[in-house]
Design a protein around this ligand. Structure first.
Ligand code: SF4
Length: 490
């Protein structure tokens, strides 16, 4: 099959709103304006930016552009009084214009990376976080996406169970490598039992055969993850899965994370939490594999998440043992990475006394308390690490990234400190908004104190504590979430 044949041959078009037009570019010279819509390239529908770039990479391209038309729409305004509004939308009957490029970037940037919408998942996993979310959050957080394009673009994990034959061909021909795959187990029956895909939503029965799929994608590098459910896919099943994944040359690594539970499990099977003994057994198994792989192939291949070490009460691996932190976003190595940039030179005393509360999840509080101990020597600085119980998802949820404004309201009293520092992972990317849409500004007003995100490293956190410098720390939802929000589903 040629690259052109692999492109979706669709009658339907997916008008892609243009965000910016580069000054002096072919698009600008052709009269394209921000807000115009890309309709086709070389007479073909374009489903996403990857397909767009792929078509351009063939050399000559003719881009078809449409200008949206203004349509009246009557919305119910305040007090139920109808108000006239206008919105811009694509009109298939409107005239279009084209311009050509040849080995040249047209100069277009788009509002979204996916023009045809996010591909939804075909599963109902026993450990699905979306099914464990309390009600009342913004809609985008309930979207169950499983889109291989976002996996390639942003590293979000996909299960591959919703792929079509066309998707598979496209991945291979466009070389969408690497992809990030949730494997969970290499035992097909057990995977079906854990993930319970909906037969009607599975487009290609072959796609749910995880071993066959990994083997079919042999030219694509795969970073894999295993979410462990105690008593289901751990123990010897985990050994079998690690052994199988390590036998496939295209599998680069496997991250192992314990199931995350909330107090809002509805219509899901009973699952118990991961205990200290479960975590210790898992680490013992994985450490045997890690030693063997390191000796045989120079990489540890399998990487337990931070949570497993904290649950087991075992020391974290060294920086070197994380081999470049390829799965930081998956909670593998975040704490070691945080500790790696140590404390800056500390003053003997602050110019004025300051009390600082470091709010964090129950899981990380002990480690953070030990890490900031040297700061307690600074005269005039009072630091308290406050473990914040998750009042939104339930006490069983102990990670810092799922704390909300509601949790901090229960944990902090107005005026009791000068500065409250919250984990940067609690904030939506590029904003000061928490999962429940509480803003840091609201918390500042309510708590009558400064409230700031901490840092991605201990050094950054120390600077926020000492100088009030804004951190550049990691925030949640860097990618797939941003795409979901941008589709107006927020
Ligand atoms: S793949 Fe599983 S965990 Fe992910 S959204 Fe679908 S059901 Fe939930």
């Amino acid at each position: 099959m040629t690259a052109a044949e692999a492109m979706p041959q669709l009658n339907e078009v997916f008008p892609a709103p243009i965000k910016t037009v580069e000054p002096g570019s072919p698009a600008e010279r052709a009269g394209v304006r921000p807000g115009d819509l890309l309709i086709r390239v070389n007479r073909q529908s374009v489903t996403d930016v990857l397909a767009y770039r792929h078509l351009l990479a063939q050399g000559r391209a003719t881009l078809e552009i449409s200008r949206p038309v203004e349509r009246p729409s009557v919305l119910s305004g305040v007090l139920g009084v109808a108000q006239d509004h206008h919105r811009l939308e694509y009109d298939p009957a409107a005239p279009t214009f084209t311009f050509d490029v040849e080995w040249e970037d047209p100069g277009l940037d788009f509002e979204e990376v996916l023009f045809d919408g996010i591909k939804k998942c075909a599963n109902k996993c026993d450990f699905c976080y979306v099914h464990q979310m309390p009600r009342g959050f913004r809609k985008s957080l309930y979207i169950m996406d499983d889109d291989y394009r976002l996996s390639f673009l942003y590293g979000s994990f996909v299960t591959l169970t919703n792929l079509t034959e066309g998707d598979i061909n496209r991945i291979l021909i466009e070389n969408l490598s690497p992809l990030y795959v949730s494997v969970h187990t290499a035992n097909q029956d057990l995977r079906q039992d854990l993930m319970k895909w909906w037969k009607l939503k599975v487009k290609d029965p072959q796609a749910v055969q995880i071993r066959g799929m990994i083997e079919r994608l042999e030219s694509i590098d795969l970073y894999t993850q295993i979410v462990l459910v105690p008593g289901r896919n751990d123990g010897e099943h985990l050994d079998d899965t690690v052994e199988y994944l390590s036998s496939r040359p295209n599998v680069i690594s496997a991250a192992v994370v314990p199931i995350g539970l909330t107090g809002h499990r509805k219509n899901l099977p009973d699952v118990r939490t991961f205990t200290r003994e479960d975590a210790q057994d898992t680490l013992a198994r994985l450490n045997r594999w890690r030693r063997q792989f390191l000796a045989e192939r120079g990489t540890r291949f399998v990487f337990p998440s931070d949570e497993l070490y904290l649950l087991a009460g075992e020391p974290l691996p060294t920086e070197e043992e994380y081999e470049g932190f390829p799965m930081l976003e998956n909670g593998v190595g975040m704490i070691r990475d945080f500790l790696t940039e140590g404390l800056p030179e500390l003053p003997a005393a602050l110019p004025a006394p300051r009390k600082v509360i470091l709010g964090t999840g129950l899981l990380f509080a002990g480690s953070l308390d030990r890490a900031v101990e040297p700061l307690r020597q600074i005269g005039g600085l009072e630091i308290e690490v406050r473990p914040v119980e998750n009042k939104t998802f339930g006490r069983v949820t102990t990670v810092a990234g799922l704390l909300t404004g509601r949790c901090f309201r229960h944990a902090v009293k107005p005026g009791e400190a000068d500065l409250l520092i919250v984990p940067p992972t609690t904030l939506r990317y590029g904003t000061e908004l928490m999962l429940d849409d509480t803003s840091l500004t609201e918390l500042r007003t309510e708590f009558r104190m400064d409230v700031r995100p901490g840092g991605a490293t201990l050094g950054e956190l120390a600077r926020v504590i000492l100088d009030g410098v804004q951190s550049s720390g990691h925030q949640w939802g860097m990618s797939a979430h941003a795409v979901k929000e941008s589709r107006g589903q927020a």
